[in-house]
Write a protein that binds this ligand. Structure first.
Ligand SMILES: NC(=O)c1ccc[n+]([C@@H]2O[C@H](COP(=O)([O-])OP(=O)(O)OC[C@H]3O[C@@H](n4cnc5c(N)ncnc54)[C@H](O)[C@@H]3O)[C@@H](O)[C@H]2O)c1
Ligand SMILES: N[C@H](CO)Cc1c[nH]c[nH+]1
Ligand SMILES: [Zn+2]
Length: 427
């Protein structure tokens, strides 16, 4: 059963209790997998597919024939759903595109900043205990909008050695270039270092379980990563007027992802707390993924009762959840006070699942409290900025003394000389 705590009686570590540092055995496992993939490439990937996914893989790359078969197997109405979701996601992410700028800073001086898409992006799509075609759309569409030249996707194959057809259909809908059948830490290693089949990429994005998240942390530096998007989290901030059955359903929508998922209710009403606690016990047994949801709720779930709504918002800001539902009559009245949350679901009619699948904002979001400094996946993750500087000779001449002075104060004579030499008569 989910436990109820009083906010003012909790210590900060009891509130947070999510750690992005994996346990030592996960760290060691991931280190060994990365080293193995670097040493043995495709052969190691095939062995891990057999070991972890019970999948015998001959060719790691998904063929055009497999893609055609996947499309043929899809219900036309589901393809329509994919298209509609993709349209919403594309429309939202197009708003994120930044403009280059140029600044005339004085006579003969032009400064500027330009955006360039990264060349090769690797997208990890989870496929262990559930298939996530929605994640394909969320991760590939911003890369396309950003103008990435090559988008490579990896996802674990099922026991039949095939990738879930809905994942393939979503990948094509989103505009993927290449798809490979590999998952877990080994997929991350392959994308970072390359293998005979899989090209090394510049940046790896996408969520995954603790092995995937740990591997991404470890290859960071060799490649870019988006964020630590680990086991899912939901924090429902709800007042006493909220419907306990709806709140429980929303908590379970994330609890069913992973036994490590974290469903949290923060409320100013002990009555709602007890009603939701009871309602969870009614709804959990009805779920096909009841075992996962049960472990998530009992081990990583909690209900926090705060003295008032203000303190409840403080609790939400400390927890910094991946998803924050604001189940209040006027969510806009508190929006300004919410500082730390990956994605905010405003009002009583916005179950988190609306954002997971359809509304348009990204569902790949920072977890484990990293919403304090990280943002949702977006177009920004697939571009980089370069600044540029243009001075005419006259413009440089006017400030040469200043630059040389600055350089000499740092003891860097060569810096100074590189400026002044341009104005020496015999040069
Ligand atoms: N934050 C987000 O945006 C977001 C979005 C969707 C899903 N998620 C999360 O993604 C995760 C998906 O997890 P999943 O497990 O279903 O799929 P996954 O694809 O992330 O992981 C499956 C892989 O994990 C590896 N693995 C499993 N057990 C292992 C072991 N004992 N040792 C080494 N490797 C092992 C295997 O290689 C397997 O292929 C969930 O935690 C879910 O909550 C997060
Ligand atoms: N809630 C997940 C992010 O934590 C995303 C997702 C995909 N499918 C369903 N849910
Ligand atoms: Zn979800």
């Amino acid at each position: 059963m989910i436990r109820i705590f009083e906010f003012d009686a909790l210590k900060p570590e009891e509130i947070l209790n999510r750690d992005i540092r994996a346990e030592a055995d996960v760290e060691a496992t991931v280190d060994a997998i990365i080293a193995d993939v670097r040493a043995r490439g495709d052969e190691a990937l095939k062995e891990y597919a057999l070991k972890f996914d019970h999948a015998k893989i001959d060719d790691l790359r998904v063929s055009q024939q497999e893609i055609d078969e996947a499309f043929a197997a899809m219900e036309p109405d589901f393809l329509k759903t994919l298209e509609m979701a993709a349209d919403n996601i594309r429309a939202f992410h197009r708003q994120q595109v930044h403009k280059d700028f140029m600044l005339e800073r004085g006579p003969g001086i032009t400064l500027g900043q330009k955006y360039t898409p990264i060349e090769k992006a690797g997208v990890y799509v989870p496929g262990g205990t559930a298939a996530y075609p929605s994640t394909v759309l969320m991760d590939v569409i911003p890369a396309k909008v950003a103008g990435v030249s090559e988008i490579v996707m990896t996802t674990p194959a099922g026991k039949d050695g095939k990738v879930n057809p809905a994942i393939l259909a979503a990948a094509v809908t989103a505009g993927i270039d290449k798809i490979f059948k590999t998952g877990g830490a080994q997929a991350v290693a392959a994308l970072a270092y390359g293998t005979e089949s899989i090209p090394a990429v510049d940046k790896i994005v996408g969520p995954g379980n603790i092995y995937v998240a740990t591997a991404k942390r470890k290859v960071f530096g060799k490649v870019g990563i988006d964020m630590i998007a680990g086991p899912s989290e939901i924090l429902v901030l709800a007042d006493g007027k909220s419907n306990p059955a709806w709140v429980a359903a929303d908590l379970l929508s994330q609890a069913e992802h992973d036994k490590l998922a974290s469903p949290v209710l923060v409320t100013d009403s002990m009555e709602l707390a007890k009603a939701v606690q009871a309602e969870l016990e009614v709804q959990i047994p009805q779920l096909p993924r009841a075992a996962i949801a049960r472990e998530s709720v009992d081990t990583n779930g909690k209900i926090v009762v705060a003295a008032d709504l203000d303190r409840a918002i403080d609790a939400a800001n400390i927890i910094a959840p991946e998803h924050l539902e604001v189940c209040l009559d006027d969510p806009f009245a508190v929006l300004g006070r919410i500082k730390n949350a990956g994605s905010i679901f405003m009002g009583r009619n916005v179950p988190e699942a609306l954002g997971d699948y359809f509304a348009g904002p990204n569902h790949t979001l920072p977890t484990s409290g990293t919403a304090r400094f990280s943002s949702p996946l977006g177009v920004d993750d697939f571009v980089k900025k370069s600044s540029f500087i243009y001075y005419t000779r006259d413009a440089l001449g006017k400030v040469q003394g200043r630059i040389a002075d600055f350089a000499e104060h740092e003891g860097l004579h060569a810096h100074a000389k590189s400026v002044t030499i341009r104005f020496e008569e015999d040069n």
